[in-house]
Design a binder for this molecule. Sequence first.
Ligand SMILES: [Zn+2]
Length: 442
Amino acid sequence: MKSKRYDGYRSFQYLQEGVDYKPFRLCKEIGRVPTYRVPVSEQEEERVNRILDQELIISLHDHAFVVPEDVTEIWEYRRAGREWTGYEGLAASRLDVVFDNFMDGTAMITSKAGWKWNDVLHDLGMRFSDIAHQEMVFIAGNVDDFYRAKETGRIALVPALEASTMIENELDRIDILYGFGVRMMGIAYSEANSLGCGLKEKRDGGLTDFGRKAVQRMNRIGMAIDVSHSGDQTSLDTIEVSEKPIFITHVGARALWDSPRMKPDDVIRECARKGGVIGIEAAPHTTLTKNHPQHSIESYMEHFEYIANLIGIDHVAFGPDTLFGDHVGLHRVFAGALSIKSAQGSSAFQEVEYVKGIENPAEAFPNIVRWLVAHGYSDHDIGKVVSGNIIRVLEEVWNVRRVVAAQSLTTEKQPARMAEEGAGAQARGAGRPRLAAADTTQ
Ligand SMILES: [Zn+2]
């Protein structure tokens, strides 16, 4: 097993605890709850290890932070504006790349409602400062960084935000967030915003005119788009309007579990038809099924198989949405702020204390790969779902500088025609082989 370059660093240890900041008693990153291993034979475990060592392992959606042991302290923890990253747990996770969603809608440093522009920037800057003081995790801005992480025993962290609420009515804030390192943004969280509707809204009016412009801006900048928490119509509109494939980074199938947090077949199909990828969600009490109403890796993987059968193995990945700490307790504390109840819908389920087998970032991927090996998936298919599919979409979405370079070369020859074609030409250019001359830009 290849190990990560972890030297025991703890968040903010470059400062003086108790003098520069107030410490919190945090959860154990490993062993907080009994570890569960998906049962495989010794031979299969060898294959699992080989796959984890050889393939790039990408989590499309997680929160790699550590929660206070007493979850009711989360408000004070949030107001202090310092989120502790779970380096020890990440070192054991076998992850090479993690899309981290920072404080999500709970960056409540100056407000109780979250999503404030200043608070989101505070959150980004504070995490980046901490990350800059250690060696193992680094902020990734392109796909080459992913391979660099694998080769050098480090972890590439991709900053993502689950909604665009903080841009208010300012398109330029998308540029600014990109400049600060953000590489993926959701459209709306539970509540509607200036772009479109979240999944909580009873009447989903779809993308607003401003939302269309924001999607176009994200396409041009090279910001990946996510509609995990958006309403169904807003999701369909985003898929249609976007010139690039989009992600639904952490969801399940509503056909298996009837809640607004799951996506109906038509949204899943449309996302795949445009080339997009669906990541499977494992936050407590989300991806349940009638066969497995007690949330565990079994219900999780039932959603994976259903969606893979519906749209093909080329369009599925994993976005477990885990964290280090009591996720169920956190949901209770944040029930109002994050609209947990309305997202869960009305179906009855058996509450669990944690999701067995996929409780935190450290145990998620080893167990996902064990499950896939135990269920007869080929190395080739496993490679696709742990990273290949995500890379394919990111190559298209993120590499805009190369596309613009290609376009400007053509523009020199045919200025009038290119001006007419505008953004459409840019989108079509994305699928073409990239120019070697422009390769130094990424
Ligand atoms: Zn989420």
